[in-house]
Design a protein around this ligand. Structure first.
Ligand code: HEC
Length: 165
């Protein structure tokens, strides 16, 4: 091979190698992002932690409940008086969390989301709710605990009905 030709050939090879390296890096980056997304601790991890038979968890949940929730939802989980009637300004009252309310009509995932996002999650046509968002106040563990406490007040058949939601 003539010298010039050889140089050209080498340059073409180098360029190819660079291209392969780039492609390799992009694929690797994509894989890392995918692994990150798959391993991310998401809401889906929470329901398994809501163990009603874990007395320590239920006790922690009671503390969380009495500190943050009882003022609206009632110290006996009874909700606000006449909770089914909205206030005069149309805003919603806090429903009970015992079996007389509709908390147990919802899945764990929905309840976790309700606590994290509060009243702001509701579509305007459903109503205005003064419930605060707790995603920056409570840890996932505290949210699991407060739900374990709420659920510990439900009779077995309600627990079973809710677990199918
Ligand atoms: C300022 C009053 C207020 C506080 C404090 C409050 N809530 Fe609420 N909560 C409401 C109102 C009003 C609703 C009904 C409207 C709605 O769903 O946002 C509600 C609804 C809910 C619901 C949905 C129930 C259902 O059946 O749809 C859950 C779950 C809930 N609250 C849990 C909690 C927990 C747990 C806490 C404490 C960490 C808490 N709330 C603190 C006012 C409050």
């Amino acid at each position: 091979m003539k010298r010039v030709q050889k140089q050209k050939h080498e340059m073409a090879q180098k360029k190819k190698r660079r291209q392969y390296t780039m492609i390799g890096l992009v694929v690797l980056g994509g894989l890392l992002i995918l692994i990150g997304v798959l391993l991310r601790p998401g809401d889906a991890n929470i329901p398994e932690q809501i163990d009603v038979s874990d007395q320590q968890l239920v006790a922690t949940g009671q503390e969380v409940y009495e500190t943050y929730c009882a003022a609206c939802h009632g110290f006996e989980l009874e909700g606000q008086p006449e909770w089914q009637q909205p206030y005069a300004d149309g805003s919603l009252k806090a429903p009970p969390h015992d079996e007389t309310g509709h908390t147990w009509h919802h899945s764990d995932a929905y309840l976790v989301e309700s606590i994290k996002l509060g009243g702001a999650r509701l579509e305007p046509n459903i109503g205005v709710s003064a419930m605060p968002a707790y995603e920056d106040t409570l840890t996932d563990q505290q949210i699991a605990a407060v739900l374990a406490y709420i659920k510990s007040s439900w009779p077995q058949e309600i627990l079973e009905a809710q677990s199918a939601r």
